[in-house]
Design a protein around this ligand. Structure first.
Ligand SMILES: [Zn+2]
Ligand SMILES: [Zn+2]
Length: 243
């Protein structure tokens, strides 16, 4: 199984990086963790036919993580029709948000049509299996009212943990145990905020994380400025990681 980093940037375009999009390629499955506005173009640039996509899993409904879904709908309606439905799974409110966004962005072209799509609600702590891909969502501290999820994904014996956007929580210690890769957001260097993580906080907890591989992502400017001196691997757009 391979992870293609299509976008590891934040919401501010820091470092000129694409918005969040992590494409998992297994022998017979292709799925996305998050789908920021730049995802379709990054997927084509990486040489993938978007029609091959089986599912999109959304960690939360901020624009830099879900704003790319309407472009896929447009692609499937007018450019590259699908033979089978696309699964879109995310926190409560995903279907309304994504449909509303499509309508807002493309007006008449989106009304009342939608390509074949199956929506799924990911409820915290409730495991889902979609196209044989197992997803365990858990709530992480990022938003107050709306639900933000961390996602633990398993397929064909490989496990991947994705923090989504989140402040530090010991749940990452629990869920990182034994996973092949932990993709962990790291917006800041030493600033502690209630909704994002800092490198310092990750450093403090490094020995508690029992994952086989750790990669930092979603880095803001203060992290990017220090990326040569980091003691943990960090993501780059276009990077491909064997899981
Ligand atoms: Zn974000
Ligand atoms: Zn966010």
């Amino acid at each position: 199984m391979k992870l293609h980093i299509l976008g590891c940037g934040d919401a501010f375009g820091s470092g000129g990086r694409n918005n969040s999009a992590y494409l998992v390629e297994a022998k017979d499955r292709l799925f996305l963790l998050d789908c920021g506005p730049t995802t379709l173009l990054a997927m084509k640039r990486a040489g993938f036919n978007p029609r091959r996509l089986d599912a999109i899993f959304l960690s939360h409904l901020h624009g830099d993580h879900c704003g790319g879904v309407p472009f896929f709908f447009l692609e499937y309606l007018y450019e590259n029709p699908r033979d089978k439905p696309l699964h879109v799974a995310g926190p409560p409110g995903t279907e309304e948000r994504v449909k509303g966004l499509f309508q807002f962005m493309f007006g008449d072209a989106s009304d009342p049509k939608l390509p074949p799509t199956l929506f799924h609600v990911l409820e915290p702590e409730r495991q889902e299996t979609i196209e044989d891909i197992q997803v365990f969502p858990f709530r992480v501290p990022h938003q107050v009212r709306d639900v933000s999820l961390g996602l633990k994904v398993a397929y064909q014996g490989k496990e991947l943990l994705y923090s989504g956007d989140s402040a530090w929580t010991d749940l990452f210690v629990t869920h990182s145990r034994g996973v092949d890769l932990f993709l962990c957001e790291c917006c800041f260097f030493d600033r502690d905020t209630p909704n994002h993580m800092s490198y310092q906080r990750i450093q403090e907890n490094l020995s508690r994380l029992k994952c086989k591989n750790l990669i930092l992502t979603h880095m803001g400017e203060e992290m990017l400025a220090r990326r040569e001196s980091l003691r943990v691997k960090s993501a780059e757009d276009g990077m491909v990681i064997e899981i």
